[in-house]
Design a protein around this ligand. Structure first.
Ligand SMILES: Cc1cc2nc3c(=O)[nH]c(=O)nc-3n(C[C@H](O)[C@H](O)[C@H](O)COP(=O)(O)OP(=O)(O)OC[C@H]3O[C@@H](n4cnc5c(N)ncnc54)[C@H](O)[C@@H]3O)c2cc1C
Ligand code: SF4
Length: 668
């Protein structure tokens, strides 16, 4: 795929013992080849800088055979959860949603990579493999709303951003190009109030609404809803969601130049259209859904990717400047024997995910002035409601969600309760009840849930009839709530808890505030109203039990929430070094050449799925890093006894031009 020098276990080019990453000095080291790291490397490589990307996971997904292996692993997995296609890696372990189990009388038990000691579980996972968590994301890419950036000033809670929507707008467009977003800008503008430049269209036409979306819209569009007597009320409306998923390119895009969708990694002419396989999470069989490997395929040859390289520490000098990283190289993910190396660069960019970035800063003892590293961990807590429609609605086709209801994202109700967006779920009870597998098992009588002994279920025509009658009518709603920054929700490290390479495992303390819980109560009330309008049979139950680790009671009612996978806030940005970890460029206040990029920088997450905003921020940071490097390497005039001569501004340092930058030896 890529023309870049690459290394996966046995690094290409140098051979065993002398891999290229052991003897080079780079302009930039990027830690992590997920979405944010891949975009930073893309931008800086294109600008001529030598970039070393160190990736903890393996690079097996980069080729088509590797992708097929992941597909087969997924097919064989008993539980179809986000990490099920990806082989476990003892050197770079990932958290898994199966690590959590609810207890019979409430509360939860956690095993696996995270150490959890909060009142409620942090229920989100991520993936440590080349491409990162986006390899198993859903691919929804809405923008944040302008009011999401100033929640403290406007509504009196959480943290404000040091920048606003207008500062990010052009970067949103750049991210939408890079990810190949399909959407309807006019609809987003009318229904949600998102400002776009006059005449803007997304690279591709919106993903068509599902049949279920149409059924719901026919019943709820235009219906007024008032949460309480003193609230202004809002109107229900089904709105399509922007997706990073290939649809039909819009010929009007880019001033009429159009857009060419990116195909699969390792098979570029494949996957240029979403064909409705309906397994986007955890894996798109044709790779119509965006993943960072598509961008990596366009990296400049100055970008070097080294997989199976777990960064264990950021190295800094006595003046607070980052000088490079220490990393552990391994061959076998099952038996991680490793060797330790260092690499040096002018700028270090942490792009290892919100939780891993915080962990690396903590273990390195860096960026600590504000005391905020690891704090303010956020997610979008998800409340699910599910039911049966009167008639079949055709679930389990196409992306998990094509449309949503955006009416509760904004407005003065935020003063009281968390806002939320509603995803209309096309995958029946897939999330709340592991359907359709659980339905088949129940009807076959192999789970015990049916009340029948094993092997005494229904078979043949009766099985087909009952499956068709039930599954075809399933639908669910996913309410994603804004969680505000709270210092008590945090990632820490503890020397007693380490992984197989001896690196600390994240210790998570997590809870939901009353404003989030009030948001959930409001969400459930909206669900009740919508179910009533749809004349649907509500099957939602929130009791404690093994499948409800997120169960809690609030004001006399049972609830259960899930994680959305949207970890954020752990190195948040602000306008003061006393209260935030990074500035508005995602540059550590305490270390001018150390950046921490990703959702960890977000001071608030609004209600939109965060990765498009994260991508926009990463592209914005790349501009600043380019400026930093250009200033660092700018030729200056030095007066000497023998007259003027030109030298690099940084001494000692590489040659002035990024394009003629000589490689230096790095201590092996
Ligand atoms: C099930 C699920 C569905 C989601 N759906 C959506 C969605 O629809 N829309 C949306 O906006 N967001 C979605 N998200 C969130 C999205 O996936 C994340 O916001 C995004 O992946 C974060 O990108 P990142 O680059 O910061 O981190 P990651 O994607 O996690 O990448 C980090 C990379 O760093 C590597 N790494 C980690 N530690 C080290 C180390 N010590 N040394 C070297 N490398 C390291 C990892 O292996 C990984 O490759 C979803 C998440 C999940 C779990
Ligand atoms: S619906 Fe299917 S083809 Fe489309 S993105 Fe999802 S998995 Fe891929």
């Amino acid at each position: 795929m890529s023309a870049s020098p690459r290394a996966d276990g046995q690094p290409a080019g140098g051979g065993r013992g002398t891999p290229p990453h052991h003897r080079r000095r780079y302009d930039v080291i990027v830690v992590g080849a997920g979405l944010s790291g891949t975009l930073v490397a893309k931008r800086l490589g294109d600008q001529g800088w030598r970039v070393l990307v160190l990736e903890a996971g393996t690079g097996t997904l980069d080729t088509w055979p590797g992708h097929l292996d992941a597909m087969n692993t997924y097919y064989a997995a008993a539980a179809k959860v986000p990490n099920s296609p990806y082989r476990p890696n003892a050197a770079a372990p990932s958290p898994d949603v199966l690590d959590l189990a609810g207890l019979p009388d409430g509360g939860f038990r956690a095993s696996g990579y995270f150490v959890q000691n909060g009142a409620l579980p942090y229920g989100s996972d991520y993936l440590r493999a080349n491409g990162g968590t986006v390899m198993h994301w859903l691919g929804l890419t809405p923008r944040m709303h302008p009011e999401d950036f100033a929640v403290r000033r406007t509504f009196g809670y959480g943290r404000d951003w040091p920048l606003g929507y207008a500062d990010l707008e052009s970067h949103y467009r750049a991210a939408e190009r890079q990810l190949g977003v399909a959407g309807d800008a006019q609809e987003q503008s009318e229904a949600i109030g998102l400002p776009f430049p006059e005449g803007y269209v997304y690279p591709m036409h919106r993903i068509p609404r599902s049949y279920l979306d149409d059924v719901v819209a026919a019943k709820i569009d235009g219906v007024p809803v008032q949460e309480s007597a003193d609230s202004p009320g809002t109107t229900l409306r089904v709105v399509t969601t922007p997706h990073a998923r290939n649809s039909v390119p819009d010929a009007r895009y880019d001033g009429g130049r159009g857009y060419r969708p990116a195909g699969a990694a390792g098979l570029p002419n494949y996957g240029e259209r979403c064909v409705g396989n309906a397994s986007c999470v955890p894996i798109c069989p044709v790779q119509a859904k965006y993943n960072p490997l598509k961008t990596q395929a366009t990296w400049d040859s100055r970008v070097t990717l080294v997989t199976r390289a777990v960064v264990s520490r950021v190295l800094a000098d006595g003046n607070g400047r980052a000088i490079g990283v220490e990393y552990q190289a391994y061959d076998d993910p099952a038996a991680p024997v490793h060797t330790t190396h260092t690499a040096e660069a002018d700028i270090v960019v942490l792009a290892a995910h919100a939780i891993e970035n915080a962990k690396l800063l903590l273990v390195s003892g860096l960026a600590g002035h504000s005391g905020q590293v690891g704090r303010n961990l956020m997610d979008h807590p998800v409340l699910l409601t599910w039911g049966l429609m009167k008639h079949p609605v055709g679930p389990f086709r196409g992306p998990a969600s094509t449309s949503g209801v955006e009416s509760f994202r904004t407005g003065p109700a935020r003063k009281r309760r968390a806002p939320f967006r509603i995803e209309i779920a096309n995958w029946g009870w897939g999330w709340p009840a592991a359907s359709p597998g659980s339905d088949v098992a129940r009807l076959l009588g192999i789970t015990g849930d049916s009340g029948q002994p094993r092997g005494r279920g229904v078979f043949g025509e009766e099985l087909r009839r009952r499956l068709g009658g039930g599954i075809g009518r399933q639908f669910s709603l996913q309410f994603e709530l804004e969680q505000e920054a709270e210092g008590r929700n945090r990632v820490t490290i503890d020397p007693r808890h380490r992984d197989r390479l001896g690196n600390p495992r994240p210790v998570i303390t997590y809870d939901l505030s009353d404003r989030v819980k009030r948001g959930m109560a409001a969400a459930k009330a909206v669900s009740d109203r919508v179910f009533g309008l749809l004349e649907a049979e509500d099957r939602t139950v929130y009791g404690p039990g093994p499948f409800s680790p997120g169960h809690f009671r609030f004001e006399g009612q049972d609830f259960a929430f899930n994680g959305a996978g949207h970890g954020a806030g752990t190195h948040l940005m602000g306008d003061s070094r006393d209260s935030s970890v990074v500035d508005h460029w995602q540059r550590c206040w305490d270390h001018p050449n150390l950046y921490a990029v990703g959702c960890g920088s977000m001071p608030s997450v609004g209600t939109s799925n965060p990765s498009l905003t994260m991508a926009a921020l990463a592209l914005r940071s790349s501009e600043r890093i380019h400026r930093d490097l250009t200033e660092l390497h700018r030729p200056v005039t030095v007066r000497t006894g023998g007259g003027d001569r030109t030298a690099a501004s940084r001494v000692p340092g590489p040659a002035p031009s990024p394009h003629s930058h000589p490689q230096q030896e790095v201590r092996p």
